[in-house]
Design a protein around this ligand. Structure first.
Ligand code: PEP
Ligand code: MN
Length: 366
């Protein structure tokens, strides 16, 4: 059961205190406080754990400041919508709002290679008014002989250039606790010119210790990639691992699933799950058309499959698009064959704008 307070209620105020005292008098019931600064409102919730079957729900509903009491379904205790009774709240990070009503494009390098390419990429983003990007410094690769990313060596120039070009959030994968510290230290040394969203890659969707670690820190939000060979439910549980450690600032990313049934695409595109995740959970939902489609093949209409997939995700209500671009794809050290070129950024953003507008318009017809 979740007790949800009105948005103006101070988590340290008398209303929450008297509710906690009341709960403490109930046998075998424990209270767990969650306070979230959402995008449009702040939210204070108390989770009731233990023997809640006989908990006097009607009494607590009458307590001052209590907005409503929601019975939680078995699944996704913290992040779940619980049969639509709980709101999607979202979060604000470094001035950027992430929730189920926003839509941000994170266009950038799959892997950082040279300072010149990072600078060209960021200059293009600035020219198109984007403040969000992706920049891989740590690259878990299928083969140990492939480029593994420049790691902490590249962080100083990536962060400095991000500051120079007004980038507010960089999505960056981490595979190890030490890398979170490296990012924190490099950001501090550079004077915190930008922000980082820690990415959990598809291969780590069930690396429970890593999930707990990113959940134990609250400085950085987390982008969780769907596991490529596990069910949607298992991947959403990865997010619950993070949330249950204390960090609820999570975006869930669909990136296709591994199946030869997806051929000739790199993965079987799963963007029809966008509304499913928005319905089951309170998280904003991201799509990654680059790692789903994985190549630059083009349809007879002159549009790349990658552009079609993006549109399919956006019309389905995606809140974020993570997409590979590169100033010189043939020189990229990772995934160059799926990268869009900088002269395609304008039309890509226009696609997203048109389709997003169509989604909003369709929504308005209800
Ligand atoms: C990536 O986004 O760089 C990446 C490696 O994606 P995934 O973990 O989805 O394969
Ligand atoms: Mn990649």
């Amino acid at each position: 059961m979740i007790i949800i307070f009105n948005s103006e209620i101070d988590p340290k105020g008398p209303e929450v205190k008297s509710a906690l005292e009341f709960i403490a008098r109930q046998p075998e019931v424990r209270a767990e406080m969650h306070s979230v600064q959402g995008a449009s409102r702040s939210l204070t919730e108390i989770y009731l754990l233990g023997k809640v079957d006989n908990f006097p729900r009607e009494t607590i509903e009458q307590f001052p400041g209590v907005e409503r009491v929601v019975r939680i379904s078995e699944k996704y205790r913290i992040l779940g919508r619980h049969k639509s009774q709980a709101d999607a709240v979202g979060f604000v990070y470094n001035g950027v709002t992430f929730d189920q009503n926003s839509c941000h494009v994170f266009a950038g390098l799959c892997a950082v290679d040279t300072p010149a390419h990072v600078e060209k990429m960021m200059a293009a983003l600035k020219e198109h008014g984007l403040t969000t990007t992706r920049m891989g410094a740590y690259k878990p690769r299928t083969s140990p002989y492939d480029f593994q990313g420049h790691g902490k060596k590249c962080l100083p120039y990536v962060f400095e250039l991000a500051g120079k070009y007004g980038i507010k959030v960089i999505a960056m994968e981490v595979v190890h606790e030490g890398q979170i510290d490296e990012i924190r230290t490099a950001l501090e040394s550079a004077g915190n010119p930008t922000g980082v969203m820690l990415q959990i890659g598809t291969r780590n969707a069930q690396n429970f210790e890593l999930l707990k670690l990113v959940g134990q820190q609250k400085q950085f939000p987390v982008l969780v990639k769907r596991g490529m060979g596990i069910t949607l439910e298992e991947s959403l549980n990865a997010c619950e691992y993070i949330a249950s450690e204390g960090n609820r600032n999570i975006v869930f990313c669909l990136r296709g699933v591994k199946s030869h049934l997806g051929d000739p695409h790199r993965n079987l595109v799963d963007f029809s799950h966008v509304p499913v995740v928005r319905r089951l959970t309170r998280m904003p939902v991201c799509i990654d058309p680059s790692h789903s489609v994985g190549k630059r093949d083009q349809g007879p209409d002159g549009l790349l499959d990658l552009q079609h997939a993006t549109a399919q995700g956006v019309i389905a209500g995606a809140n974020m698009v993570l997409v590979d671009f590169h100033p010189a794809p043939d020189k990229a050290l990772c995934d160059g064959s799926q990268a869009l070129q900088l002269n395609e950024l304008g039309s890509f953003l226009e696609d997203v704008r048109i389709v997003r507008e169509a989604f909003q318009k369709r929504r308005g017809l209800q």
